[in-house]
Write a protein that binds this ligand. Sequence first.
Ligand code: SF4
Length: 383
Amino acid sequence: MKYVDEFRDPQKAKALLAEIQTLVDGIPKAKERPLQIMEVCGGHTHSIFKFGIETMLPKEIELVHGPGCPVCVLPMGRVDDCIAMAEMPNVIFTTFGDAMRVPGSKKSLLQAKAEGCDVRMVYSPLDSLQIAKDNPEKEVVFFGLGFETTMPSTALTILQAEADGIKNFSLFCNHITIIPTIKAILDSPDLRLDGFLGPGHVSMVIGNAPYEFIANHYKRPLVVAGFEPLDVLQSIWMVLKQIHEGRSEIENQYNRIVPEDGNNVALGAISKVFELREYFEWRGLGSIDHSGVKVRESYGMYDAERKFALPALKIADPKSCQCGEVLKGAIKPWQCKVFGELCTPETPLGSLMVSSEGACAAYYQYGGARQEASRVETEEKAS
Ligand code: SF4
């Protein structure tokens, strides 16, 4: 297949759904409880709601929306650190657009900008480096966040800054790693996951080998999945086929993009510039060992955490906010007490409502049908 329409073909989707139903009918444990499949990546969550995939699946399958949206898992204290830098008189603070509205304990970067701070939206870290070159009298900070997908471009920008002899550029590093996070989820007693849709973009960089422990140690299937509707349906079918046959393996549905061994050039840049942190704090999930990276000492002059005195406080989420329970799949977004009323994309209380990849934002935008069906079902059971 070459064109996007072919990945959205309704007839092929119907055929896949019929095969999914046949597989589910042959899995005995699906008769006792729904089979839980976690889509790790926020991009998948977005596709699932945009194309109504959840509503097409047999009721014996429950999709659990994982923590793979880097904006959503950013803790409040780190947003406060961003604002502290943006409020420094000589700083230009640069960030991707979706991080602008993430709430800190008092305000977001967008509110700081409205109050007069020099906060600028960029499309790449190289844009930020260019701003540093154009403003040599200012300190320019780039807010780096994301999984292994965005780490290479940040690493290459730091290498470029060094090559160009730029000294007024630094990175506030919030890059996170997916493997320890999946392990933490698998160790969580709250979850009974039966399989995973693996993240397509991260896998493009890291390849498939790092997931082997999921199949070997935890005995769960993982299928690296693409983002079009037929990709997602085929990947669900591949996970179910493994369960049906009693296998747990790492398979690659997205092999038109994801090479088995990942991207060695990107991995080389990452390991040159970054090293693992002992631990990193995730919003809603707490501290996870080795789940983030920091700038190596040899590139310390480009590290905003070394350059500036930051508050670095640990701040609890508001009591009404249930982002952690949604991130762990313990509740659905619409079951949060403030969903759609106090917390909306225009006035987000939690970060899952900010990014389009956040489960709450995706539910808010596309999830009306499933939400209404669940509400009716709950009311019927109660009466
Ligand atoms: S509705 Fe808002 S507060 Fe509740 S879980 Fe979603 S993002 Fe968090």
